[in-house]
Design a protein around this ligand. Structure first.
Ligand code: DGY
Length: 324
């Protein structure tokens, strides 16, 4: 930290309102032309900036965080997920980390609902049919999907986003909710809806739609693996708006191509932006480019929260949303 104007490294373009507010906090630097920063750019930024405003795409490995001559004291992550940062290493070298929880809950839950509907009602296939010029007109048996109403939704991880998806799916779509989570969630946090807590395996066996809302940690890596995919009924679908690492993508491709799973809706992937070619070739799968929080209001709110953390850090105050 410095007592004069602090230096902030901004890794990516942000909504205009956020960039204007950021410029009042200190001297802002960024990669030339805002090209994606390389590891070398980040290393230099760690040496030359008091704080870095980074995103879920910017990887801070242990090696990078141990950069000799480091000046950076805070990584203000623009995102709730912090799996891009080696938190253990940050802790051990004394770099603080903040994130942006809460403000993206509604947008991410909304996108999850959109994916559930898109997969069940075959919206991707329908859209491709119209765009290809191959649609020959209404047919009584054309692209028949499934109605969400009355289906069993299994929510894996009942944090803020999982609970919001549960409430909306129940109130808006008439789905029946069950969840798997480390601790039970009191009914008032679920808006009074009926939702039984069950084991993950039972949830997979007894759900029509499974939606994932756990963070990416060593414990959740490939949480949904070949064994667990085999528990899901062949008519069921899997939705992932959390993190790609939670699902074994090779096992997912095998389950889908062998008809052991009816469909999938994914917004996140293990090695973004690489999406397995086999998945891209499947009609029964809806694939989005990590759009969970992609609304202007949400991205602006995320920026403001990241800025609140930067401001608190520069003023020696308490970080509003600390991770480390
Ligand atoms: C997050 O915040 O973790 C999202 O994945 C990006 O908005």
């Amino acid at each position: 930290m410095t007592s004069t104007k602090p230096t902030i490294y901004q890794t990516r373009r942000l909504p205009t309102e956020v960039e204007s507010a950021l410029s009042t906090l200190g001297e802002v630097r960024h990669p030339p032309g805002f090209r994606p920063p390389t590891a070398d750019d980040l290393r230099k930024a760690l040496r030359k900036s008091d704080a870095i405003l980074c995103t879920v795409r910017d990887r801070f490995s242990a090696n990078l965080l141990r950069t000799p001559g480091r000046r950076t004291g805070l990584l203000a992550n623009f995102g709730v997920g912090v799996d891009n940062i080696d938190l253990e290493a940050a802790r051990s070298v004394g770099v603080r980390v903040s994130n942006t929880p809460g403000v993206l809950t509604e947008a991410t839950a909304e996108l999850t609902i959109a994916l559930i509907l898109a997969v069940l009602r075959r919206l991707g296939e329908g859209e491709r049919l119209v765009r290809s010029g191959g649609w020959t007109g209404w047919e009584p048996t054309q692209l028949l999907g499934r109605s969400a109403h009355g289906l069993r939704l299994g929510v894996v991880g009942m944090g803020r986003i999982g609970a919001t998806v549960a409430r909306r799916a129940h109130a808006g779509l008439g789905m029946r909710i069950r969840y798997a989570s480390r601790s039970p969630v009191p009914p008032w946090e679920l808006g009074g809806i009926e939702a039984e807590k069950v084991s993950l395996d039972r949830l997979l066996i007894e759900s029509d739609v499974v939606t994932l809302h756990v963070p990416s940690t060593p414990e959740t890596h490939h949480l949904i693996d070949a064994r667990r995919l085999a528990l899901m009924p062949p008519s069921s679908v899997l939705i992932n708006t959390a993190r790609g690492s939670i699902v074994d993508e090779a096992a997912l491709v095998a389950a889908l191509s062998e008809g052991r799973l009816a469909g999938a809706g994914f917004d996140v992937y293990a090695e973004e932006p690489n999406v397995p070619e086999a998945l891209r070739a499947m009609e029964q799968v809806v694939l989005l480019p990590h759009l969970g929080s992609a609304t202007l209001e949400t991205r602006t709110a995320m920026g403001k929260l990241a800025l609140a953390n930067l401001r608190a850090w520069f003023e020696g105050g308490t970080l509003p949303t600390p991770v480390v």
